[in-house]
Design a protein around this ligand. Structure first.
Ligand code: PEP
Ligand code: MN
Length: 333
């Protein structure tokens, strides 16, 4: 249930109402907008007398949220959420470029790529340490050592680091990782989502390759229900009939998620297409349709990459793409 408070109501009166709701065993999410304060009631609102609340002199309107996703719903929180990672802001008009290799392979590799992408304007460094591979015989990532190498690259460049967590038992290893990525294959690992909800870490939540937007929203809800509001959606392509690309990049997800939710939405054109030559055009399209950022795989030597070389940009290609991305961004503002 959403309760919109009238403008210019004394804070004390709003607080009295909040306490009253809490006394009924409800959670109250408070969103202070420029004009109105919006109270989102969480829990069993069946016992709340809607007409009684609507008749209060401080209340502007009362409405029911019919969707199952509550806390990530824009009705709960009309303003865009801005997720903060160190000095970097994501969402609410703040655009982020996240770049780096699919997998961390060595200190030299990750530091070289980190320096290059930073010079081209990336604000966050990505790198997989735990890799979800289709084949058990493929490179599985450097695991804990990979996380340590990412930290060295952060120290060398100042770029905050993003890495995928596959299993909740690895959580202690991620204590010093700035953004935890939930991969497409883990989007409905509900135990993992619940555990991440107990942290305050920014979570980059990738859409599953066969998941609807509603399921994606419900996964964000799992994290938020635990008390962690720092969730960023990532559209990375879904399985359709595409035969020449790895996936189909569903760009309509960007404006749709923006309409349904207040959380930032970024796009990963690398996993969406699987082909380096398609990354730049799709990155430009994603920027044009209002994405809050991009996640792009960059490797210093794609031909010898241990994972996803075919979709990885060389540093100079990323530099050229970043320049065009900034132009598109300026054009739509
Ligand atoms: C990745 O980012 O390296 C990755 C495995 O992505 P996804 O979960 O989208 O396949
Ligand atoms: Mn990859």
């Amino acid at each position: 249930m959403i309760v919109v408070i009238k403008p210019h109501v004394a804070e004390e009166r709003t607080n009295q109402l909040i306490e009253w709701f809490k006394g009924m065993g409800l959670g109250v999410h408070v969103s202070n907008g420029e004009v109105n304060t919006v109270l989102g009631l969480i829990g069993d609102t069946g016992r709340v007398d809607k007409d009684l609340i609507a008749s209060l002199d401080i209340v502007d309107s009362v409405s029911q949220v019919s969707e199952k996703f509550k806390q990530c719903n824009r009705k709960f929180h009309p303003e865009d959420t801005v997720v903060q990672v160190g000095d970097v802001k994501i969402g609410g008009g703040n655009f982020v470029m996240i770049a780096g290799p699919c997998s961390v392979e060595s200190e030299e590799q990750i530091v070289t790529v980190a320096k290059a992408v930073k010079a081209s304007g990336a604000q966050l460094l990505r790198g997989g340490a735990f890799k979800p591979r289709t084949s058990p015989y493929d490179f599985q990532g450097l695991k804990g050592e990979g996380i340590e190498l990412l930290k060295i690259a952060r120290q060398e460049t100042g770029l905050p680091i993003v890495s995928e967590i596959m299993n909740l038992i690895d959580l202690p290893l991620f204590e010093d990782v700035d953004v935890l990525q939930v991969g497409a294959r883990s989007m409905q690992n509900f135990d993992l989502l619940k555990e991440l909800g107990k942290t305050k870490k920014p979570i980059l939540l990738k859409r599953g390759m066969a998941n609807t937007l509603q399921e994606t929203l419900m996964s964000a809800e799992y994290i938020m229900a635990g008390g962690n509001e720092n969730v960023i959606f990532c559209e990375r392509g879904i399985r359709t009939y595409s035969d020449y690309t790895r996936n189909t990049l569903d760009l309509s997800a960007v404006p749709m998620l923006h309409e349904l939710s207040h959380l930032p939405v970024i796009v990963d054109p690398s996993h969406a297409t699987g082909l380096a030559r398609l990354v730049e055009p799709m990155a430009l399209a994603a920027t044009a349709c209002g994405a809050d950022g991009l996640l792009i795989e960059v490797h210093n030597d794609p031909l010898h990459a241990l994972c996803d070389g075919a979709q990885s940009l060389r540093p100079e290609e990323f530099d050229a793409a970043a320049k065009k991305i900034r132009k598109v961004r300026e054009a739509i503002l």
